[in-house]
Design a binder for this molecule. Structure first.
Ligand SMILES: [Cu+2]
Length: 245
């Protein structure tokens, strides 16, 4: 059941899941009711797919989705599928935090904080932005992202998803990983391929699997330099690490 505590209608879309039309959550074009403020709606459907999916608002998306109304959704087969030792999720998002007193607009003004320039504090998220100054994995930026811990010899899965406005080429140091699924669809063995960078377009999910065979602490980050800008020229933003215990 979803209860709408916003001041405007909303609806949840189950991104990548094949559900009855009424449950799909796009009231502008489907027979799929809006949830009005203060009202609730119970979604009912049978999940027949196993894999990595997402969910997000599909009403006034440029505001609601871009202010964070979304997340990732994993469905496991009854036998839990192919065994891995670690199963991690990384979801990419972008935000524009407003400098107090600045005039909110879609674009950056010279007075705005740029990437890596937002001092610690509490800010309004600009709901209309088309340019961003904070880039996050699971809602956190370096140094507050949580390293993905592994032990030597383990098989590690990372489920990558993108609910932002831009593509993010996610790059892993020290290992190659095999892309085993895209958009919740398992790839046949003959279609799987090895990478150390996977470019995730908005709306895509990728499952990659690698063997932890190279001890150390290895960066895992977006390869767009402006998305990993931190204060004083340090690394920040969409940046975490694979850390051997
Ligand atoms: Cu990026």
């Amino acid at each position: 059941m979803v209860t709408n505590k916003l001041t405007e209608p909303t609806r949840v879309h189950w991104h990548g899941l094949i559900v009855p039309n009424k449950m799909d959550g796009v009231p502008a074009v489907e027979d799929s009711p809006k949830i009005e403020p203060g009202k609730s709606f119970t979604y009912e459907f049978t999940v027949k797919q196993a894999g990595t999916f997402m969910y997000h608002s599909h009403v006034n998306t440029k505001k609601q989705e871009m202010m964070g109304l979304g997340g990732m959704l994993v469905s496991l087969p009854k036998d839990n599928g192919e065994k891995v030792d670690r199963d991690y999720i990384l979801m990419t998002q972008e935000w524009k935090l407003e400098k107090p007193g600045s005039k909110m607009g879609m674009m950056m003004s010279p007075d705005d904080y740029g990437e890596g320039e937002v001092p610690p504090g509490t800010y309004e998220v600009n709901p209309e932005a088309m340019m961003w100054n904070i880039f996050t994995f699971n809602g956190k930026q370096l140094p507050d992202t949580t390293p993905l811990t592994v032990k030597k010899g383990e098989k590690v899965k990372i489920r990558l998803g993108n609910l932002s406005m831009e593509s993010h080429p996610i790059h892993l140091h020290g290992h190659n990983a095999t892309v085993v699924a895209k958009d919740g669809v398992p790839l046949k063995k003959s279609a799987q391929y090895e990478v150390n960078t996977v470019n995730i377009a908005p709306g895509e999910t990728y499952d990659v699997v690698f063997t932890a065979d190279n001890t150390g602490t290895w960066p895992l980050h977006c390869h767009l330099p402006h998305h990993t800008a931190g204060p004083d020229g340090k690394e920040g933003g969409m940046f975490t690490s694979v850390k051997y215990q």
